[in-house]
Design a protein around this ligand. Structure first.
Ligand code: PMT
Length: 234
């Protein structure tokens, strides 16, 4: 879109997947490439926004795209690895933002301890268990605090259907729990959502009601989400 409906607005978008260190050489991570978050940042730039992209471990081709990208003057890129770093960067940039979009895939848990030395394989002994502790929920925190009055807060819900409910059921539960203004429910797994060029989301409001549907390239999904955000800006 060439419509400048985000002109004068400041937005923060997180993209990619966090990595939680197990030791100096290993981590717990996920399959997010950063493609959807970067598409959101690019769409916001095209619509006139000033953008901070908080980038967690993007795939190499996505990093190349960010570095080559147009409109870089209006885009600040903050690179992070862990959830703690992502939280800090999003909160710092979010303090001045009209909109915060959490497209990053954030680890729910991290190893309780991170030793300075590589964990050794001891011949004849089995693997040492890795104790996990819960990470803060960055989206829920920001949705409940609002770092700035009138701030619009947007999240995703990456879901697979299972015996306890459909993708939409799980997304609706998450929408109500997190308190964001908009949640894009994203079916993931077996070639969907993570890493792909295309995406398919159902957009819910904070009450869990469907307010939109978007399918197509990640850029098209991004523009549909910005359309929904623009309607909610004060
Ligand atoms: O990066 P791509 O390869 O393009 O893939 C895009 C995507 C599938 C990763 C993206 O569209 C997406 O769904 N991102 C959210 C992934 C995720 O972490 O979902 P979740 O259902 O676990 O979390 C729900 C929301 O809470 C998300 O907005 C997440 O950023 C946020 N969250 C989660 C945990 C946590 N500790 N803090 C958070 O802020």
């Amino acid at each position: 879109g060439s419509v400048q409906d985000l002109a004068g607005r400041t937005v923060v978008v997180s993209a990619g997947g966090t990595r939680e260190p197990i030791d100096p050489v290993r981590f717990i991570g996920n399959r997010s490439s950063g493609r959807q978050g970067v598409a959101l940042a690019q769409a916001a730039l095209a619509r006139g926004a000033t953008v901070t992209l908080v980038a967690a471990n993007l795939a190499q081709d996505v990093t190349d795209q960010v570095e080559a990208g147009p409109g870089r003057a209006a885009c600040t890129v903050v690179r992070v690895e862990s959830t703690a770093e992502l939280r800090e960067a999003v909160r710092t940039a979010g303090a001045d933002a009209d909109v915060v979009v959490m497209a990053a895939a954030v680890a729910d848990f991290r190893p309780a301890a991170t030793p300075d030395a590589k964990i050794k394989k001891v011949p004849g002994q089995g693997p040492a268990p890795i104790e996990l502790v819960e990470n803060p929920d960055i989206l829920a925190e920001i949705a409940h605090e609002r770092l700035r009055p009138g701030q619009v807060v947007v999240g995703f819900a990456a879901e697979t259907g299972d015996a306890s409910g459909s993708v939409l059921d799980h997304g609706r539960t998450k929408a109500r729990r997190k308190g964001a203004d908009l949640i894009a429910v994203n079916a993931v797994g077996s070639g969907r959502g993570f890493g792909t060029d295309a995406n398919d989301v159902t957009v819910l409001d904070g009450a869990g009601d469907v307010v939109g549907q978007a399918a197509g390239s990640k850029r098209e999904v991004a523009d549909a989400l910005w359309d929904a955000v623009v309607k909610r800006l004060p």
